[in-house]
Design a protein around this ligand. Structure first.
Ligand code: ADP
Ligand code: MG
Length: 644
């Protein structure tokens, strides 16, 4: 028979206050393959400490410990985890079952880290539980089982990976005598199969179930009944698959595990989710509103005509008013000869002019314009025709009415064309009616207007030869800046100083786009901050969760979970919360956008914000999940297991 577990001069010291307290001192011990050993000693003599060292949950302060001839000091933490996974089965006094998992899930736990497939895992767990008489308790949670049943579940778990060595620390300590005897009989049975059993107890009667008794006192071996000579026995071990590396399947398993863990604390999960949901929904909604208002403003500008340049009197920076007298119709003629200019229309407006028809008065805005007006402004007539160059030439008293003016003066729907209206005591013949245009983006009624030839307005109505503005329509918008420069140059040459302004709707679009982008960015930023707050909430909850589940982490480590897998598990939990919150947030955000649109707020659906918000939430999960996950993975298995 060969040595399975060998302790050579093993000591364990704890740093306690001023000096070291020595718990184990120079232990020399060899446990052979297939032995049933009881470690017997009073409380506090170091039995559990010894078991932790034997089970590779803790390292000795000095001395060597060999498992099947291999010095554990040469193994790194993942190799130790693998060794624990395949060699040791632990049975604890307090069972250490996961409260949120069913019996069969508890039993199946160690096989996750051995790389067994989910289906064969469940099958084997059920077989083991059935064998231990718990076939009808597969789906019960630990709280629904008696102490004896819970201990049998934990023994089944110890057998899950077919561990050749079972380490049982006071396994009957919390059980009544009958259940205690059953558990001990079970251990004897496992021993008979060829397993090495180390039973830790303070009770001589219980130690009697073992074939070899080692007494401990004050950290030293007091006596050892010695190994019983026995023919070698081969343990018929269940074939374990090779340990899987990080793979999609393992991540998927971690996701499922995370979902179970999150379900176990539904209310808390919901609150955490809420933070993320609000953040993501805010990003989606805010960006949609920002983009919507941008689109709306751009639409309005496009409606104003993007191929138009507007020349107004007054030096740059001076607010143009009708009183600044620098532009003339001759300027307009000069501009008309420039390349890329399609049409030009100078305008002289006089607001608050009274139009009279019979005994009806109506105050409107009279604009003196060139006959090119309908063409330049792309504004057609509904009745009659616009006046032509001949009328402009002879300062004819003709007028074209806007629809609002027609509605006021001809309420009964008479045909206005051919009628005469009085403006400043001069009878004007109505020659046409403009098409109805409606209100502009500033809410102004564009149909409350009447047009007369510019020459007529200047000489007969207003007595002024200056114009209020010149509108230029361009053939190609692409050349607008060149055209703008040419206009500036020609006017500068004519006036000798820059007493005019050229405005371009394209530059207006550019400016407004910039402003709107800043606004959208600002809204996005505010939303991103709420996402960040959500992320901090996730971290907070995950830290609480790690603290709360320290024992679970210890247990997972004891059953062979490598550090990477603990890291993965907690990170995945955070990512699942954020991912789920992200999806729900997007749904709520899109719904909110839809609602806002129904309510008349302009909002634009686009793919980018939801994508952005989701990836933000996802990254938040990774970043804020990492810290708690690292905290969990760095826990010492012994410390974690001892946590309350
Ligand atoms: P037993 O299991 O035999 O009752 P333990 O092995 O749990 O005894 O503990 C042995 C001694 O080691 C006790 O005096 C205990 O106070 C001390 N001890 C155990 N763990 C620690 C620790 N983490 N830090 C300091 N002292 C410890
Ligand atoms: Mg103990």
């Amino acid at each position: 028979m060969d040595a399975m577990l060998t302790l050579q001069g093993v000591s364990k010291r704890y740093r306690a206050g001023d000096g070291d307290s020595i718990v184990l001192q120079d232990i020399e011990l060899s446990i052979r393959r297939g032995e049933f050993v009881a470690l017997l000693g009073p409380s506090g003599c170091g039995k559990s400490t010894m078991m932790n060292i034997l089970g590779c949950l803790d390292r000795a302060s000095s001395g060597r410990y060999l498992v099947a001839g291999q010095d554990v000091a040469t193994l790194d933490s993942d190799e130790l985890a693998a060794l624990r996974c395949r060699t040791f089965g632990f049975v604890f006094q307090r069972y250490n079952l996961l409260a949120s998992a069913s019996s069969s899930d508890n039993v199946a736990l160690p096989a996750i880290y051995a790389g067994m497939e989910a289906e064969s895992r469940q099958q084997r767990a059920q077989q083991l539980l059935t064998r231990l008489g718990l076939g009808d308790r597969l789906l019960h949670k630990p709280a629904q089982l008696s102490g004896g049943q819970q201990q049998r579940v934990s023994i089944a778990r110890a057998l899950m990976n077919d561990a050749p060595v079972i380490l049982a620390d006071e396994p009957t300590g919390a059980l009544d005598s009958q259940n205690g005897r059953d558990v001990l009989a079970l251990l004897q049975q496992l021993h008979a199969e060829g397993r090495t059993i180390v039973l830790i107890t303070h009770d001589l009667e219980i130690a009697g179930y073992a074939e070899r008794i080692i007494r401990l006192r004050d950290g030293r071996v007091e006596s050892d009944s010695g190994p019983v000579p026995r023919p070698p026995q081969e343990l018929d071990r269940h074939q374990l698959p090779a340990v899987r590396q990080l793979s999609l399947a393992r991540v998927w398993e971690a996701v499922q595990m995370a979902l179970v863990a999150l379900q176990a604390n539904l209310f808390r999960t919901a609150l955490t989710l809420l933070g993320v949901i609000i953040g993501v929904a805010a990003v989606v909604t805010m960006m949609a509103i920002g983009n919507g208002s941008k689109a709306e403003v751009l639409d309005r500008i496009a409606a104003m005509g993007t191929n138009l340049l507007l020349v107004r009197p007054g030096a740059p920076g001076v607010r143009p008013t009708g009183k600044i007298a620098t532009l003339t119709a001759d300027d307009a003629r000069a501009i008309a000869s420039l390349p890329n200019v399609n049409g030009v229309v100078p305008m002289r407006s006089g607001s608050g002019t009274t139009l009279r028809l019979g005994n009806k008065d109506y105050q409107s805005e009279i604009q003196g314009v060139w006959p090119s007006y309908p063409q330049v402004k792309s504004w057609g007539l509904s009745q009659g025709a616009f006046f032509g160059p001949a009328e402009e030439e002879r300062q004819a008293a003709v007028i074209v009415l806007g629809q609002t003016v027609v509605d006021s003066l001809f309420p009964l729907g008479q045909n206005p064309v051919g009628q005469y209206v009085m403006v400043s005591s001069i009878p004007f013949e109505v020659v046409g009616v403009m098409e109805k245009k409606g209100a502009n983006s500033f809410g102004q009624d564009q149909d409350d207007v009447a047009f007369v030839p510019l020459s007529t307005a200047q000489s007969r109505l207003m007595g002024q030869r200056y114009v209020s503005s010149i509108t230029v329509s361009m053939a190609s918008i692409a050349k607008s800046s060149v055209t703008e420069q040419l206009i500036s140059r020609i006017l500068l040459a004519r006036h000798g100083s820059e007493d005019f302004q050229v405005r371009n709707t394209a530059s207006l679009v550019e400016m407004i786009t910039k402003t709107q982008n800043t606004l959208t960015l600002l809204l996005g930023l505010v939303a991103a901050i709420s996402l960040l707050v959500g992320g901090i909430g996730v971290m907070n909850i995950m830290l609480v969760s790690v603290t709360e589940r320290t024992r679970e982490i210890g247990l997972r480590m004891a059953t062979g979970a490598p550090v990477g897998s603990i890291l993965l598990q907690f990170n995945v939990e955070a990512v699942v919360v954020c991912g789920l919150g992200g999806l729900i947030g997007i749904a709520i955000g899109l719904l909110a956008v839809w609602g806002l649109k129904l309510a008349g707020v302009s909002a634009v659906y686009s793919l980018l914000p939801p994508l952005l918000a989701f990836s933000c939430a996802f990254v938040t999960g990774c970043v804020f999940g990492y810290l708690p996950a690292r905290k969990a993975a760095r826990l010492d298995p012994v410390v974690a297991l001892a946590a309350e």
